[in-house]
Design a protein around this ligand. Structure first.
Ligand code: HEC
Length: 140
């Protein structure tokens, strides 16, 4: 029952999963992109050891990530490697980064080996794209 304990100390995750369950019940003919978002939310659990959508932890918050300059969100101390990188987060830059963070941004302190599966990266990126101002996860 260890997982149960982990959920209870991560209230936003509970909100996220219950929201998704609600959504999938409410929307009988949910299309493939909804399914990608739901699958991406499950994959995001790999990130929550260090990240949260709405606040900084070991890693920076992810709300508002899409369209943001890399290493720019205020209140988080990025490495020189991330501050010095010059690109905007979008589908393509996230895909490269999540495949292999250290290859995409040499010197980053993000201690994560990357996600080999292209379809898993796509699902995760679809979920990250939903983390905008309209998402309840970003209003906390
Ligand atoms: C072991 C901790 C850890 C894990 C696990 C982790 N990250 Fe990170 N992440 C970080 C740290 C630390 C940084 C800042 C790195 C730097 O400054 O070089 C970061 C930075 C990022 C950034 C850049 C954000 C910005 O505003 O420029 C993105 C995007 C990101 N992580 C996505 C993810 C995703 C998606 C996952 C899950 C697949 C993940 N991370 C897993 C620690 C982690």
């Amino acid at each position: 029952m260890k997982w149960l304990l982990q959920w209870s100390v991560l209230p936003w995750s509970v909100l996220l999963i219950s929201g998704l369950i609600y959504q999938s019940h409410a929307n009988a003919d949910s299309n493939s992109s909804d399914k990608d978002v739901a699958a991406g939310a499950r994959l995001y659990i790999q990130c929550t050891g260090c990240h949260s959508p709405s606040y900084h932890r070991t890693g920076p918050k992810h709300c508002g990530l899409m369209g943001r300059q890399i290493g720019s969100v205020s209140g988080f101390e990025f490495t020189q490697a991330m501050q010095g990188a010059q690109f905007i987060w979008d589908k393509d830059t996230l895909d490269k980064f999540l495949r292999s963070p250290l290859t995409a941004v040499p010197g980053t302190s993000m201690g994560y080996k990357g996600i080999a599966s292209p379809s898993e990266r796509k699902q995760l990126i679809r979920f990250l794209s939903t983390l905008n101002a309209n998402n309840p996860l970003c209003k906390r």
